[in-house]
Design a binder for this molecule. Structure first.
Ligand code: FES
Length: 74
């Protein structure tokens, strides 16, 4: 499985001690690309459960959509 994620940031997020979760004592960085609190994990990765490993997805308004990618020569 894979999913297409659209990023709009044009620079890095500097992680500081203030980003540490007070309850858990850690910093969880989102690797699924679905977090509403990106770059931090907010549990949204649970929406990716059940994705077919042979498919590619994009999440639109929270809904999973299966997509295909076509590369166009420049
Ligand atoms: S890893 Fe992306 S929301 Fe948790």
């Amino acid at each position: 499985m894979s999913r297409e994620v659209t990023h709009t940031a044009t620079g890095p997020k500097i992680v500081t001690p203030d980003d540490i979760d007070d309850e858990k004592g850690d910093v969880a960085i989102c690797l699924c690309g679905l977090s509403e609190a990106y770059p931090f994990c907010d549990g949204s990765h649970r929406r990716a459960e059940g994705e077919d490993p042979d498919e590619r997805y994009k999440y639109v308004d929270g809904e999973r959509r299966r997509i295909s990618i076509e590369f166009v020569d420049e």
